[in-house]
Design a protein around this ligand. Structure first.
Ligand code: MN
Length: 233
């Protein structure tokens, strides 16, 4: 067999304290998972069920150095989030078993064309052009689960832009816990090793500009520093 075109490289994340890398399969994102962020978006949290959107795994970039701005937006927003990496898949995973499916954790940014997302919402259209943006899934190296004793159930999550605090929260304030999300998502999809889950953002989202320096951290999980670069030509 020969490929008609060059196959895309497998998206990967480094794993801290390891020579192996994590091959990324899908990127699931949880919507509205902090009450204060839902309020700033002018919506209420649906406590009946979580909801999701996806980003292409090919839109993953490592959170280091420069990352590009996106085209066709005047309102490109940062959303700092806990990222869960699955080492084992499954269907209809019980909440009690959910944490055993995790290989590691990371801290990431769900970059969002807020203007296009807002237009989609108002027209009841899909969010893809607002959310599934090239280079918009920014993620730190994974920290192996055995190095995260508290399983990222709590701890400050913070984003600073040009040295000023912009987003501050605690991952304990997730509306839907990691266990609840893995259990629910695994009834919609057969989860697979390599899947990432972005767990949703606390309040304080705002637009970035080329040249801005973004420093993010989740205590016990990781930290990063990136500079926004002009959009790719
Ligand atoms: Mn998000």
């Amino acid at each position: 067999m020969t490929f008609a075109v060059e196959p895309a490289p497998i998206p990967t994340l480094p794993i801290a304290h390891s020579d192996s890398v994590f091959p990324v399969r899908r990127i699931f994102c949880v919507g509205r998972n902090y009450v204060a962020h839902a309020i700033e978006m002018g919506v209420v949290v649906d406590r009946e069920a979580p909801f999701y959107f996806l980003k292409s795994a090919h839109h993953l970039v490592l959170a280091e150095g420069e990352v590009p701005m996106a085209p066709r937006t005047e309102d490109y927003h940062h959303e700092i989030e806990l990222v869960v990496a699955l080492g084992r898949g499954g269907r209809s995973i019980a909440q009690a078993d959910a944490l055993s499916h995790i290989l590691g954790f990371a801290v990431g940014l769900d970059m969002t064309r807020r203007d296009l997302q807002g237009a989609s919402k108002s027209k009841q259209r899909p969010w893809d052009t607002g959310k599934d943006v090239e280079s918009s899934a920014i993620c730190s190296p994974l920290k192996p689960v055995e190095k995260v004793p508290g399983m990222a159930a709590q701890g400050p999550i913070e984003l600073r832009v040009n040295g000023l605090a912009r987003q501050e929260g605690d991952v304990r304030d997730h509306v839907w816990s990691i266990e609840e999300i893995i259990a629910d998502l695994s009834t919609l999809y057969t989860l697979q090793p390599g899947d990432l889950i972005f767990m949703g953002t606390p309040s304080g989202v705002a637009a970035v500009q080329a040249g801005d320096v973004l420093e993010g951290s989740i205590e016990g999980v990781g930290e990063f520093r990136v500079t926004m670069a002009p959009e790719l030509a």
